[in-house]
Each structure stands twice: as structure tokens, then as C-alpha cells.
Design a protein around this ligand. Sequence first.
Ligand SMILES: Nc1ncnc2c1ncn2[C@@H]1O[C@H](COP(=O)(O)OP(=O)(O)O)[C@@H](O)[C@H]1O
Ligand SMILES: [Mg+2]
Length: 374
Amino acid sequence: MIHSTSAEGRPVVAILTTSHPVKQFRGNRRNFRDLIRAGGELGCLVYVVTVRDLRLEETDIIGYVPGPGRRNWNTEIMPLPQVVYNRIPSREQESKPAVLRKIGELLEHPSIRLFNPRFFNKWDLFEWLKGSRATARHVPETRKLRSAATLKALLKNHSSLYLKPEAGKAGKGIMRLKYVPDHPLPYRLQVQSGQRHLTYKAASMERLWNRISRERGQERYIVQQAIDLSSYRGRPFDLRVLVQKNGRGVWGVTGIGARLAGARSITTHVPRGGSIEEPGKLLDNVFGAEKSAAILRSVPAAALLIARQIERASASALGEMSMDLGVDREGGLWFFEANSRPMKFDEPPIRRLSLERIIQYSRHLAGHPIEARR
Ligand SMILES: Nc1ncnc2c1ncn2[C@@H]1O[C@H](COP(=O)(O)OP(=O)(O)O)[C@@H](O)[C@H]1O
Ligand SMILES: [Mg+2]
């Protein structure tokens, strides 16, 4: 017999993911477990549901909640949710017709509120942020990578460029191009794929372009000005900012972390040798205490402007995003990307608050707000 749970007046929140042939469902189970626990503490019924099981024409559906063991998940009959927290784990899953159809139905549904409907595309983000003067100043010069002519044009203004897949994540497929004038092999292309790091040197733009075309295959890319990032002990770093709505439905900064690049890496991702750091420590080291504090104080305002502009320009209902911001050697802030499915922040205070925020915002959407804790 399958156990049945009733809402008993509590707001009901479903974490949406896709099914898995062996493991019941996809996605980060630790994350889901933490969120379900936080929901319970804040008076919500939270469960995991798959696209397949979220039957909008029913009143009771199948959901998953953690079982007694550390790894078990129980199947239970659950009431239909008021709020859907979208954690479809990948672009590949999201692009499946059944998933797109369900997201569409949820967006149209008269009584269910879904937020963060889609993954962001990198090109869209830069277009959106160029659309407002307040955010355009934080955006590196960016083009769609279509031909060698694009590279030539950008190399007139910048000696170093980043090439990034529009649908990229975790540093996959990122390349860095440097132009070294007065050298027989002036073009230097650093490629990062898997655990592989290699540098390709080319004598001509034509050869370089052949190589880039081979590396990127069918993927769509953007190319942008490389920002001369501040570095700590010779390693560049950037800031990871988590921006979420609170129990009043208003954007706020939940936390700011820093990621320091691994040796020889062209990105700061932890799986590529990067490390988690205290932003203040890195900034103090580069700028001294006073300037460092001023830079850190400037981050929330910039991040909130960016989040609001993304929400406005994307014309979608958003509840959270993480963003990567670079700090140049003068202390200026640069936007690199935003993610609508933020990864878990490992810094414990940020982690704790991030879970509360999702629940508080969900309560707000469900019409059961509780006063947001500061
Ligand atoms: N224009 C740039 N200038 C300097 N560094 C960059 C630039 N774009 C990306 N990076 C570095 O590469 C990292 C990954 O880039 P990002 O756009 O976040 O791609 P991903 O989606 O793979 O995380 C950034 O966190 C930053 O360290
Ligand atoms: Mg990133």
C-alpha cells in the first residue's frame, strides 16, 4: 500500500525533475533532501515529482520523499502542489517535447505557480543586459561567433578573448584566444575540455579558424573580450553571487562566494582545480582593506540590477539565479553568466539561507507568506 500524505492547510511545493529508469528520478538528491527538510521546518509540504507523474488533471499524484535510510526515497500519494520549483537537471532533459509541454501547461495553469521556467542561453543574457544602461556597463564586449571576421574585429580592440558555448556549463568547451604581435605564431588558443588543457599556436587566422571550428563542432558559441581579472598568488578569481526572492517576493542577495582558478586553468571551476575562498580575503590581498570593502559593498547593488534586468528582459517568472562576476584590476565588476538552476553553495551560511529563501518565496507564491527573517 502506498502511503498518502495530506496538506493539512500547509502550502504544498513540488520540486520538479525528470524520471530515471533505475534511480526513480534525476537531480541532486542531497539538494532535494535538504530542501524538503527546510520546508518541513517552515511549515510546508515539499516533495519531489517527475514530469511524468505531475498529472495536472488529478487532485492526488505520486511524489517522492526521503525514506528512513540515508539513500531510500519513498513513493507517496501527494496533493497537487500550489508551487513548482523547477529543477529539471539539464538542457538536454529540458529540450524533450514532454518536458516542454509540461512546463507550458504549468505556466498556463490557473492555480499553480512555477518559477524559473528555462535554462538561460549565454547569448540571450548578454543581449538582455546590453538593453539597459545600468547593466550594460558590467557586460564585456560580446558577439556571436560566426566567422573569422568576428574574431578579427574583436582582436582590434582586445588582445585576449574568451570563446564560450551558448549552452555551456562548468567550463565545458571554453577556449581562450590570445594575440601576440610580432611573433611568427601570433595566435594562441587555449582549449579546456574534460581534464585536458592544451595550447594551440597558429601562424594565420585561417589556420586558427580551422582549429576553432574543429574544437567547437556543431555547438553555438559566443566570443567576448577577456577581462583582466584580479588574481591571488598568481591565480585569477571571480565572485559567485546567489540572488533569490524573499518571502515578500523581492530580490535580495543571499550570499557572495569566491572561486580561485586552479593552476594553469582558464576558468575558476572547482572540478577543474579551482577552490572555494572567502571573497574578503582575496580582495583584501589585492586591493587592501578599504578598497576591498568598497568593492564588496558594490556587489549586491550590481547583482540586483542585473537580476531585475534579466527578469524583465526574459519576460519570465524567476525566483533565483546565481551569477559569476569578475573583478578587474581596478575593482570594476564584470558579468560572465547567470544560471537559473544554481548549484548548491558549499559555504554553510549561504547554503542554509538559500534553502530558507526558496521556501519563503514559495510560501509567498502560495499566498501563505511568513515574515522573512533577516
Ligand atoms: N570574458 C571573460 N574574461 C575573463 N574570464 C572569463 C570570461 N568569461 C569567462 N571567464 C572565466 O571562465 C569562467 C567560466 O565562464 P562562464 O561564462 O561562467 O562559463 P560556464 O557556464 O562554463 O561556467 C568564469 O567563471 C571566469 O573565471
Ligand atoms: Mg560559470
